[in-house]
Design a protein around this ligand. Structure first.
Ligand SMILES: C[S@@+](CC[C@H](N)C(=O)[O-])C[C@H]1O[C@@H](n2cnc3c(N)ncnc32)[C@H](O)[C@@H]1O
Length: 189
């Protein structure tokens, strides 16, 4: 997605809440390796670079078109590739923090996606992610005409159970636009 409303929401709502979770946990992401999951048109990678000065951001998306759009941002430490979150083809235990800006509900096979995220995170690494519950996903599918697979209509309990079974422990979470979305900070055990 590459429209001004999405960019505004990404920066002032999701990114701002992620930053609050990171600040509260006193995490310093300077010099770290970050993963921008299903990055879409890539604005999130620019925000991550500007705010945290990581050594390296790796960003991927399933759609070649999105990766091409992402290449227009003036990032300096971001590498991008076309990739499937359910089978990343990356080495295990390499990233300090992974970020997901509203992505799992779009993914067929999202449970395998959660396992892949856990696999590529270092032990002790973090996942920062925001997702809608099934009710909100259905609202977006019907009224905003988002293409959301039926499988992406999960409850927060189902999502949290999957985090737990993948070895990702909830450190903190914030409800966003009560009770429609949750933003999580999780740590790989
Ligand atoms: C709503 S967009 C979010 C994009 C971006 N994170 C943002 O906030 O603007 C969801 C993205 O997930 C991508 N996607 C869907 N299935 C995927 C998969 N299996 N692996 C990687 N990306 C996928 C889509 O191409 C799309 O760019």
């Amino acid at each position: 997605m590459n429209n001004p409303i999405r960019k505004w929401l990404l920066k002032h709502l999701e990114f701002s809440i992620f930053d609050q979770l990171i600040t509260k946990a006193q995490l310093n992401l300077g010099g770290k390796r970050l993963l921008d999951l299903a990055c879409g048109s890539g604005y999130s990678s620019l925000l991550l670079e500007q705010r945290y000065q990581p050594t390296h951001v790796v960003a991927f998306d399933l759609m070649e078109k999105q990766i091409k759009l992402a290449g227009r941002y003036p990032t300096i430490s971001t590498d991008r590739f076309i990739g499937d979150i359910t089978a990343l083809g990356l080495r295990s235990n390499v990233f300090d923090v992974a970020f997901g800006f509203g992505i799992l509900h779009h993914i067929k096979g999202w449970k395998q996606g959660v396992r892949e995220i856990a696999r590529v995170l270092k032990p002790g690494g973090y996942l920062v992610i925001e997702e809608p519950n099934g009710f909100s996903a259905e609202f977006f599918r019907r009224f905003v005409r988002y293409q959301i697979p039926k499988e992406g209509h999960f409850t927060f309990t189902e999502l949290e159970d999957q985090f737990q079974s993948a070895g990702l422990q909830i450190i903190n979470f914030k409800s966003v636009l009560l009770p429609c979305f949750r933003a999580y900070l999780l740590q790989k055990l």
